[in-house]
Design a binder for this molecule. Structure first.
Ligand SMILES: Nc1ncnc2c1ncn2[C@@H]1O[C@H](COP(=O)(O)OP(=O)(O)O)[C@@H](O)[C@H]1O
Ligand SMILES: [Mg+2]
Length: 221
């Protein structure tokens, strides 16, 4: 990987059913086959605290959660994930692949819930100590299509966020696209209507070019 021995951090983002988990699994298999030391994490979760919070946050039949409480809970789970898993892995020179990260809070709570994308983005940078993915793969998809895919996957059982109205998911998609526009060097937007194999190939090519294409991509700042 990078000559310096420091790790590399990539995240997958997109609306429900856009293919994040499919692409994470595919990329992790490919990287491991090439001898990379990979740590895959999902959000919220990835630590004992985070997994317990995940159950609370996504359970449709769980307690009421006000929008700011929801945001802070996601941020708390994320802070724990950074401290306990991501920062140590990167320090050890490992490759971290995340199924969602702070860009999701900006999109879901900042955009979807209307808390404000700028404020949520600032909070995100505080709680991670400025640690952001060097590359964000945004799987862009019409949420109506994504939700139909997700419903198929879970036999119609939707979690708390999946159950939000289509208008919410449209705001989420728009917030993701605006983040990508604002940070074109960190984001790669992919049309998630493409086949899984086609997307996986595009992602591998991009990562290879980041690994071999000089330090600017690897530093990611
Ligand atoms: N590129 C694709 N084209 C068609 N279907 C896909 C594609 N990627 C994933 N799927 C299917 O869509 C559903 C949701 O994919 P998943 O990876 O779980 O999405 P996410 O993690 O973003 O919610 C799954 O049933 C998966 O098999
Ligand atoms: Mg998923």
């Amino acid at each position: 990987m990078s000559a310096s021995g420091s790790g590399f951090f990539v995240a997958f983002e997109g609306v429900e059913g856009s293919g994040k988990s499919t692409q994470v699994a595919s990329l992790v298999r490919w990287l491991e086959a090439r001898g990379h030391d990979v740590v895959a994490v999902r959000e919220p979760g990835g630590t004992e605290l985070g997994e317990r919070m995940r159950n609370l946050l996504l359970d449709q039949h769980g307690p009421a959660i006000a929008p700011w409480a929801e945001l802070c809970a996601y941020m708390a789970a994320r802070a724990q994930l950074v401290a306990q898993v991501i920062a140590p892995a990167l320090a050890a020179g490992r490759l971290v692949v995340a199924d969602r990260f702070g860009e999701a809070s900006v999109a879901y709570q900042g955009g979807g819930r209307g808390l404000g994308t700028q404020q949520v983005g600032e909070l995100y940078r505080w709680v991670t100590g400025g640690l952001l993915p060097s590359r964000v793969y945004l799987l862009d998809l019409d949420p109506e299509h994504g939700l139909a895919r997700a419903a198929q996957r879970t036999a119609g059982r939707l979690d708390r966020l999946e159950s939000e109205p289509l208008s919410f998911h449209r705001r989420v998609r728009e917030s993701y696209l605006r983040q990508a526009e604002d940070e074109p060097r960190r984001f790669l937007v992919l049309d998630a209507e493409r086949s899984s194999e086609d997307l996986a190939q595009a992602i591998r090519l991009d990562l290879e070019s980041l690994f071999t294409g000089g330090t600017s991509g690897i530093a990611g700042s």
